[in-house]
Ligand binder design. Sequence first.
Ligand code: NAG
Ligand code: NAG
Ligand code: NAG
Ligand code: NAG
Length: 864
Amino acid sequence: MHLKAFLTFVGLLSPALAQRIVPGAYIAEIKGTNSNGFMNKARTHGIKVRHRMTLNQETSIFNGISFDLEDDTPENRAKINSWGEVVELSPVRLYDAAAPVAKQVTRDVARLISKRAAAGGPLDAYPPHVQGGVDRLHAEGLSGKGIKIAVIDTGIDYNHPSLGGKFGPGNKVAFGTDLVGDRYDGQNTPVPDNDPVDCAGHGTHVAGIIAAVDKDFIGVAPEVTLGAYKVFGCPAASTGNDVLISAFLQAQADGADLITASIGGPSGWTEDPWAKVVTRIVEAGTPCSIAAGNEGAEGLFYASGAADAIGAIGVGSVNNLNSPVVLTAAKFSSASINGKEFGYTPGTGSFGTKTYELYIPVVDGQITDACAGLPADAGDLKDKMVVIRRGTCTFESKAQAAAAKGAKNVMLVNNVPGAVDVTVTAPGVSVGMVIPETGAEWLKLVGQKETISVSFDEEATSIITAVPNPINGGTMSVFTSWGPTNEMYQRPHISAPGGNILSTYPLAFGGYAVLSGTSMATPYVAGVIGLYLQKAKAEGRKVTPAELRIGLTTTGRPLVFNDGAKNSTFLAPVAQQGGGIVDAYKFLHSKTSVDTDLLEFNDTQHFRESMSFKITNNGDKQATYKLTDIAGATAYTTQEGSTLPQAFPPTMLESYADVKIVPNVLTIKPGQSKRVVVRLTLPAGLDAARIPVYGGWINIASNGQDRLKIPYMGVATAMKKATVTNFEEGYPVLLNYRNESIPVNGTQVTRPPVLAWALVLGSAVVRVDIVCVSNPAANDVPVFTDNTIGSFPTYPNYWSPRNPVGERYLAAWNGRVVKQEGDPSIKVPAGVYKFVYRALKTTGRKHSGRDYERWESPNFVWSP
Ligand SMILES: *[C@@H]1O[C@H](CO)[C@@H](O)[C@H](O)[C@H]1NC(C)=O
Ligand SMILES: *[C@@H]1O[C@H](CO)[C@@H](O)[C@H](O)[C@H]1NC(C)=O
Ligand SMILES: *[C@@H]1O[C@H](CO)[C@@H](O)[C@H](O)[C@H]1NC(C)=O
Ligand SMILES: *[C@@H]1O[C@H](CO)[C@@H](O)[C@H](O)[C@H]1NC(C)=O
């Protein structure tokens, strides 16, 4: 959201922009008619509507239409709402591709190094596959064959040789469609066509993670059949929930075994129409995996739609243990080595197409860092390339040290894994960097008194190498959005490699890219589900979405917390990681199952005194299970002494709930089940005002081996007591059309004022009502304790997520009022007025005035 650009026109700014909705665009769920019938009815009532999308008539899941209301007035909306055919009218909301947080696009990749083991090694040594246990499933011959996965995204570049090269039946990308056309930006009307080729990149990357078959790496389920449902234009901006609903419905109607979407946006409410459609599709038997979101920086209580839909599988991201690094190819030779390829990152300047002799000064057995200058006997280095180790002093002083000896070319050796682009300003100096491994190889040759020469080619291709990531490899990516939802449901359920992932990219953009995001983790899980479904199908078993969600979540492996820089000693909160990293092998092979994915204990007011679950022994031998509790860190939602949310990383405490499991030892015969009850006592010594979120895992072991871990979590405060409005930063505030606050009682305004409000927690209902101060008799509409003339048009505002840091909602008045929700609006005469703002607290009841926060504006003199 880039609200700043609009604020100069604040008087004209509709609240739509603040809420990421398309002005004038609506979705109507309808019954007993179709979209033509709806359009005709609108015409006969003299309401001008422009058709956007027909939301699948054939399916029993959802029948609807989206349209633009040319004259977007409360009168017209009220009329439409009053028709018997209209089940619900809701605005078109915008969602984004769960945007990659880092991006490295490669061009003309010649070779992908060390992606798969050499002949004779395991089948699949691709590091992310080893991390999530997929390599062992490939070794069993599972490939996803016969399973159809629908990818809702930017389309797929099916021309990519690793993605089949063609589109249509019989190919890898066999079905799907373009729902929007290349020019679609989220706001304009979609213009569908039937070619879902990707022109943005994101979907091709996602598709490769699921199903690429490349000479150097393969997808998680390389033989699944993909459906490409293109829901973004080029470049991918936003997409409407009408488009998403349509895509999900079509994918379901096309017989997809699984629908996956690496798309989302701040929500945390299960009531958005897209989330509701996802829930209905899951209930009808088709599983949906959806990215948990990349809003980790915002802290807790920031769940994303539609990962938050009831029944959806929300997926978080884990960093690749090996970061792929894109390097430019060059060669080196010495007495014992002939033209060996290596890679470097080019920095300032260029080495041209040329061969240089390396000058490698060694100090104390290491390549020098040149912080004290180069050796006095260096001689003239004009035609040589100087090799210097990174560290101790700046790149600039290293370049200066080389320049002082006449050198024009410097190759730095990294002192941490990987290589970076380096910029220096020393005149005439070109610089590059090699990975530590290359430096070590050169140092060894120097020890053997060999002279090394390096050859560069300006037209050189890229190579990709994987370097270990000891900083945050194998832990949760900091960008993963944290739960819980505003209704205390946990998201994500499970996490998978999504940080620093190499995959296919449209050929026009170079063919490969390294991207990061929950967008990359979600297709990994989709691929794992593909393998599971293939195995179940072979066994003649029908699988429910719940079996998948529970199995994935409870076979996960909890990870230690990492703040982006280092591992902690404690496990990351359940609110961040759910079940932890996916363990695909265990998921497919577990002989024990449970009937719940998560134990959500809710807040203290709605505290679940006890929760129970059933353990089933699917093995062929009697098993004795031992149940224990594993604690995850407790995290605070707000800053100390404040109602404002804490940005990442939140304060974490090693204060844990006391968990009683009854029975904690039980013997179950093959094919039988037994029930277990869990009771817990909240962690002690917490500051309840900071909204602590606690959690852990119920570990189920047998024969000395961990079988399953059920994540549990809850909120150690009464959420109804928590402040939802950002009063602390001066909201709500009444502004004039010039964006100046109107602080004085009785300020005269000729243009309608704007109410700016902001939330520190999501609110299910925000109302703004108008009170006539100069003529109390006009206040004929009671709103809880206030007598008002009615409501601000377009309010109440339902299911608002909390604002990201520094953002707010704007309610621009139009000088009118609505008596009852759904009624036409009427003009407000001159007089003295005030606004009354109310926000429903978390878990509050819509019809109880006491469950709202209330604020009133100063009086303003309205003289239109
Ligand atoms: C409007 O006012 C707010 C709050 O004072 C400020 O943050 C914002 O930058 C202002 N916008 C413009 C366009 O002046
Ligand atoms: C950090 O923790 C993760 C997850 O347990 C592990 O895979 C990784 O190796 C650890 N990193 C270091 C440097 O210890
Ligand atoms: C927690 O309690 C609230 C209020 O009853 C309810 O709306 C919500 O669904 C509950 N959440 C969970 C996860 O059970
Ligand atoms: C405005 O005036 C009313 C009535 O005189 C008073 O109750 C209210 O507190 C005043 N508000 C402000 C912000 O001064």
